[in-house]
Write a protein that binds this ligand. Structure first.
Ligand code: ADP
Ligand code: ASP
Ligand code: MG
Length: 403
């Protein structure tokens, strides 16, 4: 079988008219003699509406029921796609995660696919059918419905490509590929023809919503080439593949920014071993992810300041745990919610000296103050005031010759 996995995102199936267009795209592949496996997200806005409802019911909504609730949007979109294909004379059937079944591991709300049983789907494909599988959901060992984290249909598609040994995995979305930065934020952003798993993973983790970060880990681990394309216009998209397949002389592949970071500073904590661990222990025990951290060295060797960033949604919990923490003493606690992390990403920076300096100088030229810095081999991130983000992205895009 010559299998292709086609994944459609929320906007691509956002209205009945768009679903009709999606059915035509699918038929295009059938006519090219592909066996098509469709994976679909919920209609745009559907999942967020369900999340909002759960919050109105309880601010501590039980996670197993949360998954039953928020995965339900995919049932609607998949039935509509399948219904349209049937209407046009093609044999098609929708499959919920548990019907395949798609087995997952890990916590509710952030599960990972561990196994996809192929028997039923293969039989249906061989009979000439087009299976339309719900993205974002699976089932765990206790036979309970699970979800893969927001944007998780990307992971469903990539894991289908792995288990069914697909020749292609195409992510259809509302932009015609991966751009040097969010094209809806910077008009000068340019489409990237091909990008490595590593760079795309960093971009996604640092704010490029176009792909879900964990799905890229799955793609990289299993060496699945992924095509990102528009479901609205017929154009060549972006190929996400291994570094070996890419010859590029660009230092920086792309830029990202985040929208929902918060900065917390503890002023005047004791400068002695174990203090930082005491600050972060209760946070880690409660699954609060710490992102950037700086500790300023103290002039008098007695006191120091610790600054860190977290997701804004974790802020109130974080403050509660810090205030309850009897193991630490501090003089003041400062919170800033109007911050954003801007990052430059590129494997080219490994071999190009001076990238850090260029980034800092570009921001200095625009009078943008850097609050926190963090780096890895292929990215540099800075925390800046939210109101400077557009200016920073635009200046850095120009500095690294991406315009
Ligand atoms: P889907 O519903 O198809 O999964 P998403 O909304 O999850 O689509 O992702 C597509 C969006 O990602 C685009 O509308 C775009 O605004 C955003 N985006 C952010 N960064 C980038 C980037 N570097 N390249 C392309 N799109 C990006
Ligand atoms: N519908 C889910 C969400 O909105 C999954 C996805 O879009 O991939 O997060
Ligand atoms: Mg998405």
């Amino acid at each position: 079988m010559k299998i292709v996995v086609l994944k459609f995102g929320g906007t691509s199936v956002g209205t009945v008219d768009r679903i009709k267009k999606v059915a035509n795209i699918i038929i295009g592949y059938v006519k090219k003699r592909y066996n098509v496996i469709v994976v679909s997200s919920a209609m745009s806005g559907a999942t967020s509406d369900l999340v909002k409802k759960s919050k109105k019911i309880s601010n501590n909504f039980i996670s197993s029921e949360y998954d039953v609730l928020v995965s339900s949007g995919e049932q609607v979109s998949c039935a509509l796609i399948s219904g349209r294909l049937n209407h046009l004379g093609y044999k098609s059937q929708s499959y919920l995660g548990w019907q395949v079944p798609i087995l997952t591991e890990g916590n509710h709300g952030s599960s990972r696919i561990s196994q996809i049983y192929k028997k039923k789907i293969n039989k249906f494909l061989l009979s000439g059918g087009i299976p339309v599988i719900t993205g974002f959901q699976g089932v765990n060992q206790n036979n309970r419905i699970t979800t893969l984290g927001r944007g998780g249909s990307d992971a469903s598609a990539i894991m289908c490509a792995k288990f069914f040994k697909a020749q292609k995995c195409i992510i259809y979305t509302d932009v015609d590929g991966v751009y040097t930065t969010d094209p809806n934020t910077l008009k000068k952003a340019k489409k990237i023809k091909v990008i490595s798993y590593e760079e795309m993973l960093e971009m996604a983790s640092l704010g490029a919503k176009v792909m879900q970060p964990t799905s890229l880990q799955d793609a990289r681990l299993n060496r699945i080439d992924v095509d990102v394309k528009s479901s609205f216009i017929k154009k060549k998209g972006t190929l996400i593949t291994k570094r070996k397949n890419i010859s590029s002389n660009k230092t920086i592949a792309g830029l990202t920014s985040t929208k929902n970071d918060a900065k917390v500073t503890l002023i005047g904590v004791k400068d002695k071993p174990g203090v930082a661990a005491s600050v972060f222990k209760p946070l880690s025990q409660n699954y609060i992810n710490i992102d950037m951290v700086v500790q300023t060295s103290s002039g008098n060797k007695k006191e120091t300041d610790i600054t860190f960033t977290i997701k804004s949604e974790d802020l109130s919990k974080t403050l509660k745990f810090i205030k309850q923490n009897k193991k630490i003493k501090y003089r003041d606690l400062i919170v800033n919610k109007n911050v954003s992390k801007v990052s430059i990403i590129g494997v080219g920076m490994i071999t190009t000296p001076g990238v850090t300096y260029r980034m800092f100088q570009t921001l200095a030229n625009k009078a943008i103050n850097i609050l926190v810095i963090s780096t890895s081999e292929i990215k540099i991130s800075v925390l800046i005031g939210k109101k400077f983000v557009k200016k920073a992205i635009s200046a850095l895009h120009k500095e690294f010759k991406l315009d």
